[in-house]
Structures are given as structure tokens and as C-alpha cells.
Write a protein that binds this ligand. Structure first.
Ligand code: URP
Ligand code: ZN
Ligand code: ZN
Length: 457
């Protein structure tokens, strides 16, 4: 063996047990006892888990007159330091572009810079017969998941015909459709009305994006998924109403899945009323919700109504980006830094808080994203033959999630005063240590593009 991880406790979505892991080249070659290798890492007192998989990031996204502050280099170094060894980002097709052109643009952005392994989803901006045909080409390229924005009118939003045709085609080719579920027409009306009538503080962002508009769009997408018999994955779910819509679909036997993000579990909408424009740090879509919703989401993660925790990582600096909307909430770029803090937050507030088991934690942050997005068993679990993407987790390590301790390229942390217990001691990607003591020690640009399998469930 090239490398043996000794004395650790292996944790997967289904098991917790003591064993050594033998790594040959980039893969797990042996799991057993008293293994010998050219090199060893002593994992005594540590959990050894599959590296985190974040199925929802936006590195270097051109959006709302600016570009998200992490590029594929800084964002993936941050991901690695927080225990995530795979991200799936979004290529976005703009009107007039082919899907292939959009894919090439995103591959150029990532290429040579990305420091963990990555996949891409394809967001559909406009549909015609040629684009429908191209969806098969994308699946062949390892991009079998297609995102539909039902919000951001005048920008990314598409109509229900586009959603419906994308679902129909996805069903035929083994694709999975992702949806940003908010009623963009309703949002647009409310945004314009509040701005025109002089209500321009950050709180009006939340009041322009009511939970009912999310629940309605979720319900609509779920019904269309049922009609077309296509699988559907609802991204960044925030509220009890949309969770109910998803549950109804699942009870009817539709293949519908839901993701939430740490920010919707950790915060409520009173953040928007913080003085000195601080609320802008939390402006994102959908917005933070009233009290009661985070607990409903935690419950959904515990009982299986929700399948994954992603991040929707889309950071903008407070100075120079968020302040573009100082006088008008509708100009605040939407999004938050999250890729580095997801795994520690879900461990601390999920496992340490007694909400679910450590196995369920692994399932939510790694195994289930791998399964839904065509990466299992290469990623997302610990079995012979899998990539040796391993998280050596110190359950006793206390860590303050302050901006100065984190690697994301953004001038604030939404969790400035939060200390978690449980943090990566080391992170390995394909058999190489890439993080040690909160420092990235991997090679710049060594992340590989992952051709993902088509949807099979
Ligand atoms: O506010 C958000 N979520 N920004 C990123 C784009 C999106 O909607 O996912
Ligand atoms: Zn979205
Ligand atoms: Zn997003």
C-alpha cells in the first residue's frame, strides 16, 4: 500500500466501525486490520468519513452587475479546508447560446484553477428543438442534470413551458431536473411595488419574496414532475410550505427530492433588520424566513423528507458588492458565503445537538449528493475501489467560524461569533493530503472534472 490510515473509526451513511484503510495510488484498495504501507497516518481519536460533496455552488458567477467573489481556485481551497472534496457548480446557458457554449465557458473558468474535484450542472436559459436535442450531448459529457430558474425575472427566469419540456426530455435521457422554486412574476411585482413606494431597506427583500411564492412554485414544479414522470430536485428549500409540497409529491410516489442549506437552518429573517445595512449580508433568494421554518427544515433532514444539504455558495463582499444596494435592496447582489462552513455546521448543530446520527450526517453531506448526482460509489462512501477522498474528522476540535479563520475570498463571515466542535484534522483527495491543520497543502489546479452518470433510481 502507498498509504495506510490507521486506528481511525470509519463512518459511512450506514456503518461506524474501527478499521484501517489502505490506499494504492488514488483509490481505496483495502479495508482491514493491521494494514502496512509505505506511509501511515495515525487517525487515533478521529472519524474517517467520505469527503463532503456540495451539490450547489456558484464560483465566479456573473450576477446582478457583479461577479461572485470566490473563483474556482479560492472557492475550492475554502471547500477543501471545510471538508468538502467535490463541488457541483452551475454552467448557465444565456439566451442565444448553445448548451455546449455555456459548458465551454464554465470549463474555461474552472480549468487549471480548481483545487477539488468538480462536476457541472447545466442551467437552461431558453429552450428550442436544438437545445432539447443537446441535452443528450450534455448527458454524454457527464452533465446529466439541468437547472431551471423560476425566479429572477428578466435575468435567469424561464417559463413553465421551458420547465415542462426540460422535464419531458430529462425523463427520456436519464436526466435530473433541478429547480429554483419561487414564483418570479409575483416576486417581480412585489419588488417593483416596494421600490416605487420607497421601501428600500434590506428587510423589503424578504417581504418581496414571501414563503407562499416559494411553496406555490415548489408545488407547481412537483406537479409537473409527476405529470412527466421525471425526477426533480428542488434546490435551497427554506420553508415549511414548500416542504409540504414536496412531501405531497413523495407520498404520491413522484421522484422528487429536496435540498436545504445551512443558512436556512441557522438564521431567521430578523437578520434583515440589523442596523448599519448589516442585513445585506444575508440577502439571498429565497430569503431567510420567519421563526418556525428552520425547525421544520431540521425535522425534514432528520426524518428523510429532505435528502441533502448543499450551500448555494455565492459570496459577495460587504464593501464594494453588497453596498451596491445601499439605497435600494433590489440592487444588493443575492448570495452568501457558505462552502467552507457547511460540513462543520451540520455536524455541530445536527450531530452534537442530537438531531440526527453521525451516519445520517454523512448521508446528508456526502452520500446522498453522490447518489442523486451520479457519483456513487466513486465518491460519497468508503469502499474498496472508491476514490480515496477522505475526511479525517476531529470531533473534539473547537473552531471559531470567524472571517479571519476561514479561506473564502469574502470580507465577512455570517457566523462570526459561532464556535463549532468538530472540524477536519486532515483532508485527502484521491489519496493525497490536501488539507492539514486548516491549511491547504494540495496542488493548485489539481481538481478533476467528474463525468457524472445519468440519473438511476
Ligand atoms: O441568492 C442566491 N441564491 N444567489 C445565487 C443564485 C441562486 O439563486 O441560486
Ligand atoms: Zn437559486
Ligand atoms: Zn444557487
Amino acid at each position: 500500500m502507498d498509504l495506510v490510515i490507521k486506528n481511525g473509526t470509519i463512518v459511512t451513511a450506514t456503518e461506524t466501525y474501527r478499521a484501517d484503510i489502505g490506499i494504492q495510488g488514488e483509490s481505496i484498495a483495502l479495508i482491514g486490520h493491521d494494514l502496512e504501507g509505505n506511509e501511515t497516518i495515525d487517525a487515533k481519536g478521529l472519524y474517517v468519513m467520505p469527503g463532503g460533496i456540495d451539490p450547489h455552488t456558484h464560483m465566479e458567477l456573473p450576477f446582478m452587475g457583479t461577479v461572485s467573489a470566490d473563483d474556482f481556485r479560492t472557492g475550492t481551497i475554502a471547500a477543501a479546508c471545510g471538508g468538502t472534496t467535490t463541488i457541483i457548480d452551475f454552467a448557465i446557458q444565456r439566451t442565444g447560446q448553445t448548451l455546449r457554449q455555456a459548458l465551454e465557458i464554465w470549463q474555461q473558468r474552472a480549468g487549471g484553477k480548481v483545487c477539488v474535484d468538480y462536476g457541472l450542472h447545466m442551467a437552461i436559459g431558453s429552450i428550442d428543438n436544438e437545445r432539447i436535442a443537446e441535452m443528450e450531448d450534455m448527458a454524454e459529457e457527464g452533465v446529466p442534470s439541468f437547472k431551471i430558474f423560476l425566479a429572477y425575472k428578466g435575468n435567469y427566469m424561464v417559463d413553465d413551458e421551458t420547465l415542462f419540456r426540460t422535464l419531458l426530455r430529462a425523463k427520456e435521457i436519464g436526466g435530473l431536473v433541478l429547480v429554483h422554486a419561487e414564483n418570479g412574476d409575483v416576486l417581480n411585482y412585489l419588488i417593483n411595488k416596494h421600490v416605487a413606494e420607497g421601501r428600500k431597506e434590506p428587510i423589503w427583500h424578504a417581504l418581496s419574496h414571501p414563503p407562499e411564492a416559494e411553496a406555490e412554485a415548489t408545488h407547481r414544479a412537483v406537479v409537473l414532475a409527476g405529470m412527466t414522470e421525471a425526477p426533480l430536485y428542488v434546490v435551497h428549500m427554506t420553508c415549511a410550505g414548500s416542504l409540504d409540497a414536496l412531501k405531497v409529491g413523495r407520498e404520491k410516489g413522484f421522484r422528487v427530492f429536496g435540498e436545504t442549506c445551512p443558512q436556512y437552518l441557522m438564521f431567521t429573517m430578523d437578520k434583515y433588520e440589523e442596523p448599519n445595512f448589516e442585513g445585506a449580508k444575508f440577502v439571498m433568494s429565497p430569503p431567510l424566513r420567519p421563526k418556525g421554518n428552520p425547525e421544520a427544515l431540521w425535522k425534514g433532514l432528520t426524518n428523510g423528507d429532505l435528502q441533502t444539504v448543499g450551500t448555494d455558495h455565492c459570496p459577495f463582499n460587504f464593501v464594494g458588492q453588497k453596498d451596491m444596494g445601499k439605497d435600494d435592496f433590489s440592487m444588493i447582489p443575492n448570495g452568501m458565503p457558505a462552502v467552507e462552513t457547511r460540513v462543520p455546521l451540520i455536524y455541530h448543530f445536527g450531530v452534537n445537538a442530537g438531531r440526527f446520527s453521525i451516519n445520517r450526517f454523512v448521508e446528508l453531506v456526502s452520500t446522498e449528493p453522490a447518489r442523486l448526482f451520479g457519483l456513487l460509489p466513486r465518491k460519497g462512501t468508503i469502499v474498496v475501489g472508491a476514490d480515496a477522498d477522505l475526511l479525517l474528522w476531529d470531533p473534539k476540535k473547537r473552531f471559531k467560524l470567524s472571517q479571519k479563520n476561514l479561506h473564502m475570498n469574502v470580507d465577512y463571515s455570517p457566523y462570526e461569533d459561532v464556535t463549532v466542535e468538530g472540524y477536519p484534522a486532515k483532508v485527502l483527495q484521491r489519496g493525497k493530503v490536501i488539507v492539514e491543520d486548516n491549511q491547504f497543502v494540495g496542488k493548485d489546479g489539481a481538481g478533476q472534472f467528474l463525468k457524472r452518470d445519468r440519473f438511476r433510481l
